[in-house]
Write a new protein. Structure first.
Length: 267
């Protein structure tokens, strides 16, 4: 079918250990035949392709979404053993055969994409709580989704530093109105040039972003192929959450000290 690639780079490669890697993929597939949506091929930095059999997180075939009757699906596979089993996990990863419809479908079009979520240990870095959640929900118009998250505890004193990673389908660049809130605070992302690359009123904008380790700022991630700045409907990324402290919330206005849960709202 087709394939795309992206490069994994560990900021401090001399002292790291991969402890988890999850592969996610999804697309809008308008046909009733869903055979093979849970199967893709993965190529590591060295060697040939591996057949990946995943689990279906969501399939909207039985309950199409919106006026275009979109039928997206999302899948997941734990690929920790494959990624961690390499002498060096850094390099180019390629995913192929994500099944998707082609052409157009009403005003929202079609989209497909994949992401690899990697967690690594580095004894030279501060300790962090890292949690991940699998799920899928259609958001549009006045529809919103609240996602309660837990499984962490913020530090008792001092500034709370938060990163947020995500992936989404159909976040069109030219259509504003979609947003991300954490504990009621609108989230946006500005790069080192002070340019908003994820606006609070158009957060999902068909881009792939990351935190540049040199500046600690959110930037477009272009170390991939194809490297378009408009993916035409697929969003993925990680960003620092602006979380300044106040007198009443010294740890941060989004997430404060000693907190063990948060609410994420998508709209």
């Amino acid at each position: 079918f087709s394939s795309s690639s992206a490069t994994l780079t560990v900021p401090k490669p001399a002292c790291y250990k991969i402890v988890y890697a999850g592969l996610y993929w999804g697309a809008i597939l308008q046909q009733n035949d869903r055979t093979g949506i849970d199967k893709v091929k993965l190529k590591l930095p060295t060697g040939g392709y591996h057949d990946i059999n995943g689990q279906i997180i969501h399939d909207a075939n039985a309950a199409p979404i919106g006026s275009g009757n979109n039928r997206p699906y999302a899948c997941y596979a734990d690929i920790t053993d494959l990624v961690a089993g390499q002498a060096n996990a850094q390099g180019v990863y390629t995913v192929a055969n994500v099944i998707s419809s082609q052409g157009s479908n009403g005003g929202t079009g079609l989209s497909a994409g994949w992401s690899i979520y990697v967690v690594y240990e580095d004894p030279t870095l501060p300790a962090k709580y890292i949690t991940s959640f699998d799920g899928f929900s259609a958001i549009g118009g006045v529809t919103t989704l609240d996602i309660p998250v837990s499984g962490f505890k913020t530090i008792p004193t001092g500034p709370v530093r938060v990163k947020f990673a995500f992936a989404a389908l159909e976040g069109d660049q030219s259509i504003a109105g979609d947003y991300l809130q954490i504990n009621g605070i609108p989230i946006s992302a500005t790069n080192a040039a002070n340019t908003a690359i994820r606006a609070s009123n158009n957060f999902f904008n068909s881009s792939v972003t990351y935190v540049d380790p040199a500046t600690d700022k959110t930037e477009n991630f272009l170390n991939r192929s194809p490297a378009s700045t408009n993916t035409l409907g697929y969003d993925a990324g990680i960003l620092n959450i602006n979380n300044p402290g106040t007198l009443l919330r010294p740890g941060g206005i989004v997430i404060d000290n000693n907190e063990t849960s948060a609410n994420i709202r998508l709209g």
